[in-house]
Design a protein around this ligand. Sequence first.
Ligand SMILES: [Zn+2]
Length: 300
Amino acid sequence: MILCKNCSNPIQYNGEQYLCSSCDLNYPINNGIIDLSKNLDENKTYYPEDSFDTLYKIEEASFWFKVRNTIISQTITRYLPPPAEVIEVGCGTGFVASAMHKLGYTVDCADLFPEALAFCMKRNAGRHYFTLNLEERIFVEEYDAVCAFDVIEHIENDLLALTNMYRLLKNGGYAFITVPACPSLWNAGDVISEHKRRYTMKELSDKVEEAGFRISKMTYFMALLFPLLYMKRKITGNSLNDDSCLQDIKDDCLAQLNPNPLVNKLLYTIFSIEPLLLRHMNLPIGGSLLCVAQKKERTK
Ligand SMILES: [Zn+2]
């Protein structure tokens, strides 16, 4: 059930568009993308929009995206075996969504940017494609799972985003979340990526619980490469002095995700040990956090 953002009554699909019969607001479909909720503040930056094309080109080969997908996939299948209805919010180019689709899940792709959703469609990752702003309220109790992988750190009011994710779920449904961890790792790369913060385990736990969830699993990952990451981050530093420096840091961030093939292979081999470890244990430190949380409402 999709609720009207204007009047909170259910909206219906009439064969061409979604329509609210209570207040007559319509939600157009453009190039297959359903424009449910997108009120962007022009003065705010949300995500570097030009990065989707680059991401789309590097994700398939990058050690980071490949192993992160393995970690995400094995976690989701453990808590919620396919088939199940899943929505990925902030899905970007659909690299994770397409992996979930291949595992047998029904995936709806939602992102702030239609440019990102166009790549999801190219990958045939989803059932429906929505533009969605997590800082607005729209869906209520629909999905078995909601996924947000490296998304909420981009959102000023992350608690509101988590609360909206909670509303997207059936009772008993799961949220799967990853975020950058360790505020001490903060550097210019976070600024370039439009991050609002990096999380401690406590901050993420507190906010997830405040949104109404019960935490099923919380662990760090990107642990084995942590010393390397830490050194790299400290060398890069926090300063963003001028435009040339900005471009250097952008290039550097990209190079970290997409190193030369030999280094990529080496990092992949080391990082690939983590999914095996995570099957049996939580990791005590790392550059990222993985959280599984469940919507469990008390029966009246
Ligand atoms: Zn309405």
